[in-house]
Design a protein. Structure first.
Length: 463
């Protein structure tokens, strides 16, 4: 056994080491690239940040045919006025629920009379400016001859990938200074990118945050049309956590830069979660906006309206595949990242970022790092064979040595003389019944001693 163990034990240990090494390699996680946290958050969340366009079109009828100048201006306006605007929002469910501010979608939620009054005031301002008269004079004149004939409401959600979809308000709070500035919208879709909701009870003063959205200040005639689909992200910190509006609704103060168009955009923490929605700015100073003094509705207030709408805030398969692909891409595993990106494209073809990442991964695929988990099946086969060999070697070493010893032990009695039917002859010094009395006793011993003495004397005489 000892001789066998000299080579079987080292081989067994080597095979065990192979098994351990294979398990280690299979479970190695892809190395993460040296990517800043802010960049990761931007890439993870950007596909789910949307632009919201909400407006009402009011059609006018002017009843003074003797005023061709007013008629001409109205014709230039196509006899219509548009009230409303645009803001930002975030998708929070794969089937198309979006959170934003109530004031972002306020135009389509007003009564017809209120919309018509706002549109009429806008029209009066245009006439007063054109004819260089005071507002009241223009107001009274237009009021006498003008009436609205139709109001058409429009609520559109523009996705980062370029899709323009109809939106429907499912839950509505109230505009700024009237209540909780939150609304929940619904668009048609599946496998949409999402952003998870956090918990605003856990925020602390000076926590790092990022604001994402479509600020009007970032729009420019010098940019390409598709640039309007790209959201902006600005960094900052929480400045105060316990302020309230005049109606008692809680708000979070932040110092990240924001402006018109950012309203309703998500405020994101370091975990990539929404902790608030940007709602309004601080007061102007000498008629100028002052950056660094902005306010957000806490996400726990937002949750009230999310629950009213019956929404489940869950990640989509698109999110999971895209984030896995990004981690692989940043780590240098371009081949595997490409597989994830292509899977995203299959289930959600209009993903805003996926085409560019596929193109980049294809360019770098030849320099892709090795991912050992790809060879898991081979490793499992090798481990199975190695384990079987270890078992055989141990049996060969210990069970084989024992069998040999047992065989030797069993063979030992056969080395003695074979038994015969006749009893063995008595040795010479065995006592006999010398006096023939049928027993061996002291008399026989004395006779034997005498016989021995006589033989010894005869031997001495012969010498």
């Amino acid at each position: 056994m000892k001789k066998r163990a000299l080579f079987t034990i080292p081989i067994s240990l080597l095979l065990i080491a192979v098994i351990i090494a294979s398990f280690f390699l299979i479970n190695i996680k892809p190395a993460e690239g040296k990517i800043a946290q802010a960049q990761k958050l931007a890439e993870f969340t950007k596909p789910a940040v949307v632009r919201i366009v909400d407006y009402a079109v009011v059609s006018w009828q002017f009843n003074n045919p003797d005023d061709p100048e007013v008629i001409a201006i109205l014709e230039q306006l196509k006899n219509q006025s548009v009230v409303g605007g645009s803001g930002s929002g975030a998708i929070i469910s794969p089937d198309g629920y979006i959170v934003t501010n109530a004031h972002v979608v306020e135009a389509t939620q007003k009564k017809d009379e209120d919309i018509a009054n706002e549109a009429f005031e806008q029209l009066v301002s245009i006439m007063a400016d054109y004819f260089k008269v005071d507002y009241e004079t223009a107001y009274n004149y237009m009021l006498a001859y003008t009436q609205y004939t139709e109001i058409h409401r429009v609520l559109k959600v523009v996705l980062p990938g370029g899709d323009v979809l109809d939106g429907e308000v499912k839950s509505y709070g109230a505009p700024i200074n009237e209540g909780k500035d939150v609304a929940v919208l619904k668009i048609e879709g599946k496998n949409l990118p999402t952003i998870p909701l956090g918990n605003s009870d856990n925020i602390q003063n000076q926590d790092n945050i990022w604001v994402s959205g479509y600020p009007a200040a970032a729009d420019s005639d010098l940019l390409s049309p598709d640039s309007s689909l790209v959201s902006s992200m600005t960094a900052g910190q929480i400045s105060a956590t316990s302020k309230k509006t005049g109606q008692g609704s809680p708000v979070i103060q932040i110092n990240a830069a924001a402006t018109h168009g950012n309203s309703g955009g998500p405020v994101i923490n370091e975990k990539g979660q929404i902790i608030g929605l940007l709602t309004f700015r601080g007061d102007t100073v000498n008629g100028q906006e002052v950056q660094g003094f902005n306010f957000a509705v806490p996400v726990n207030t937002v949750r009230e309206f999310v629950n009213q709408a019956g929404v489940r805030n869950t990640k989509s398969d698109t999110d999971k595949l895209f984030q896995e692909g990004l981690e692989l891409y940043w780590g240098g595993y371009y081949k595997h990242a490409l597989e994830k990106f292509e899977a995203v494209q299959r289930i959600y073809p209009n993903h805003s970022e996926i085409k560019q990442y596929i193109a980049n991964a294809e360019k770098k695929v030849d320099s892709s790092k090795m991912l050992w988990s790809d060879y898991a099946t081979i490793f499992y086969i090798v481990d199975g064979v190695a384990g079987l060999l270890v078992l055989i070697l141990l049996v060969f070493t210990f069970a084989g040595g024992k069998s040999k010893s047992a065989a030797a032990s069993n063979a030992a009695p056969a080395a003695g003389p074979a038994p015969t039917e006749a009893p063995p002859a008595a040795p010479e010094n065995t006592l006999q019944d010398l006096n023939n009395d049928g027993k061996i006793d002291v008399q026989d011993i004395l006779l034997a001693l005498q016989e021995h003495q006589k033989k010894q004397q005869k031997t001495d005489e012969d010498k």
